[in-house]
Design a protein around this ligand. Structure first.
Ligand code: AMP
Length: 113
């Protein structure tokens, strides 16, 4: 997608701090982290969110989770982490290219209390 910032990051047209890359998936640090470790994993091929994912994305979605599980320790997430995907504007999705937030490095007990 020509006007998608994450497509541009995936294509190397915009800078990012990469933490993982293969032919289908890119992991990079969130520009505005909300946790000591806050990384985004995206498919290089554009789809907006889970609501737009198709059966053709099934293997890729599974692979993204397995990649995160494999890479987490190397990102310093040895004490656990949280994976979030905001689906749609009312859920807080601000970038319309599917992404998984991976956050940790701090006590993230939830619900609080
Ligand atoms: P969401 O609000 O769930 O769509 O998440 C989008 C995330 O992308 C936010 O956490 C932003 O901080 C992050 N973000 C936006 N632009 C960039 C960028 N150029 N590089 C890295 N992260 C970004």
């Amino acid at each position: 997608m020509t006007d998608c910032i994450f497509c541009k990051i995936a294509a190397g047209e915009l800078p990012s701090t990469k933490v993982y890359e293969d032919d289908e998936i890119l992991g990079f640090r969130d520009l505005y982290p909300v946790a000591p470790v806050h990384v985004l994993f995206i498919p290089k091929k554009h789809f907006a969110n889970l609501g737009e994912a198709t059966a053709g994305n099934q293997a890729l979605l599974g692979k993204m989770l397995l990649v995160i599980g494999r890479e987490a320790a190397g990102l310093g997430l040895t004490e656990g982490y949280r994976i979030v995907s905001n689906c749609g504007e009312s859920a807080g999705q601000s970038v319309g290219h599917f992404h998984l937030h991976v956050m940790g490095g701090v006590d993230m007990m939830w619900p609080p209390g």
